[in-house]
Design a protein around this ligand. Structure first.
Ligand SMILES: Cc1cc2nc3c(=O)[nH]c(=O)nc-3n(C[C@H](O)[C@H](O)[C@H](O)COP(=O)(O)OP(=O)(O)OC[C@H]3O[C@@H](n4cnc5c(N)ncnc54)[C@H](O)[C@@H]3O)c2cc1C
Length: 324
C-alpha cells in the first residue's frame, strides 16, 4: 500500500500544525500514488474530523473517553492498533510536538518500521522515503533514507502549506478500540504554562529577549509592554531561560521551540547557531544589539545597533502613537 497516514490529537484542533501535516501528507500521497488517510485520537473530535475529511480521503476517529487526556501509553496503544492492523500505511506522519516526539519512535518500533524526527521535507525515492532535517544548529541539512516500512516521520508541520479542499470529503469511520488504561502511570496533576496564553508555535509576531536584557525585570517593564502593543508573544534565548529570568517554556532554538512567525524581534540576543535553529523559518527577523558584529545581524532583515534600553521605549512610543 502506498497510503500516507497522518496522526492528530483532537485537543489541538485544526491548528496550523494539523493543516501543515495534512498538506505534507497530501503531497507525499500524491507522489506515491496512494491515499491520504487520517487518524484522530481524543474526545469531542467531531469538528476536527469534519475539517480533516475535507482535505483527506478517509478519516478514522477514535473518539473515546479514555483518550480524552493525553496519556502516552494509552495513546501509543491506540495508534499501534489504528496504524498497524487497520490501515497498513507506507508512511505515518506526525507533527513535531511534544506528544508526537514522545510517541513516534515507539510507534515505529511497535510497527516494525523506521523513524526520523524534526523533518523539514519528506519525499519518495524509489522504494524508500527520504527525510531532510537540519543538523549542526541549522548550518547543514542531513538527508535520511528510511528503508523499513512504515516510515514514521515527525515533521515541522507548521512550515508546510495546507492542502486544498477536496470536492468530495473523505469518509469518516469511527473506531471502537478496546483501550485498557495504563496501570503503570497516572496523571497526578496538570499545570498550565505561565505566560502561555497562546502557543508560541502559533504566534505571528514574537518579541524575544536574550542575556543582554540583563535580568527578569526588563522583560516585564520593557519587553512586555512592547509585545502588548505589537500583539506579540514573548520568548527568549536559552541564556535568559537558564538564568531563570523567564520560564523555560519560552526558550527558542535547537533545544527549545521552533517557531514560524511573520516577525521575530530579537532583542539583545547574539544569534548563536543553536538559537537560529529555532527561527530559521521566521519570515522576517529584526534585531536590536549593541554589537555590530553580532551574528544575528547576518540573518536579520532589519537591524538596529544600539542599547535596547534606548530603542525599545522609542518603539513603544511610536507604536502607541500609531494606534491612537
Ligand atoms: C547543545 C546546545 C544547545 C543549545 N540550545 C540552545 C537553544 O535552544 N536556544 C538558545 O537560545 N541557545 C541555545 N544554546 C546556547 C547558545 O549557544 C548561546 O549560548 C545562547 O543562545 C546565547 O544566548 P544570548 O544570545 O541571549 O546570550 P549572549 O551570547 O550572552 O548574547 C547577549 C547579546 O546581547 C547583546 N547586548 C548586551 N547588552 C545589550 C543591550 N543593552 N542592548 C542590546 N544588546 C545588548 C550582546 O551584544 C550580545 O550579542 C545551546 C547551546 C548548546 C551547546
Amino acid at each position: 500500500m502506498n497510503d500516507v497516514l497522518i496522526c492528530l490529537f483532537s485537543s489541538a484542533g485544526f491548528d496550523k500544525a494539523a493543516q501543515g501535516l495534512a498538506g505534507a501528507g497530501r503531497r507525499l500521497a500524491d507522489e506515491l500514488g496512494g491515499q491520504l488517510r487520517a487518524v484522530i485520537l481524543g474526545s469531542e473530535a467531531e469538528s476536527l474530523a469534519l475539517e480533516i475529511a475535507r482535505v483527506s480521503d478517509a478519516v478514522t476517529v477514535a473518539d473515546q473517553a479514555e483518550l480524552a487526556e493525553y496519556q502516552p501509553e494509552t495513546c501509543l496503544n491506540a495508534l499501534v492498533e489504528l496504524c498497524g492492523e487497520a490501515l497498513e500505511a507506507r508512511a505515518v506522519l506526525l507533527a513535531n510536538d511534544t506528544y508526537s516526539q514522545e510517541i513516534a519512535p515507539r510507534l515505529a518500533y511497535r510497527l516494525g518500521g523506521s523513524a526520523v524526527g524534526d523533518g523539514v521535507e519528506v519525499s519518495a525515492r524509489g522504494e524508500h522515503l527520504r527525510v531532510s532535517r537540519q543538523v549542526y544548529g541549522g548550518k547543514a541539512q542531513a538527508v535520511i533514507e528510511l528503508k523499513r516500512r512504515p516510515a514514521v516521520v515527525w515533521l515541522r508541520a507548521r512550515s508546510f502549506a495546507p492542502p486544498a479542499h477536496r470536492e468530495t470529503p473523505g469518509a469518516i469511520t469511527r473506531a471502537a478500540l478496546d483501550i485498557k488504561p495504563d496501570e503503570r502511570t497516572r496523571i497526578v496533576e496538570r499545570k498550565r504554562e505561565t505566560g502561555g496564553e497562546a502557543r508560541l508555535e502559533e504566534a505571528r509576531v514574537i518579541v524575544s529577549g536574550g542575556r543582554g536584557i540583563g535580568g527578569p525585570e526588563p522583560f516585564e517593564t520593557e519587553l512586555k509592554p512592547l509585545a502588548e502593543l505589537l500583539g506579540a508573544q514573548m520568548a527568549a534565548s536559552r541564556a535568559a531561560c537558564d538564568a531563570g529570568w523567564v520560564p523555560p517554556t519560552w526558550q527558542i532554538g535547537q533545544t527549545g521551540k521552533k517557531v514560524t512567525p511573520d516577525l521575530y524581534l530579537a532583542i539583545a540576543i547574539t544569534g548563536a547557531s543553536q538559537h537560529m535553529a529555532g527561527i530559521s523559518e521566521a519570515k522576517t527577523i529584526a534585531a536590536i544589539n549593541t554589537d555590530p558584529d553580532a551574528p544575528i545581524f547576518k540573518h536579520s532583515r532589519f537591524g538596529i545597533v544600539a542599547d535596547y534600553r534606548q530603542v525599545v521605549p522609542l518603539l513603544r512610543e511610536k507604536l502607541a502613537a500609531l494606534q491612537k
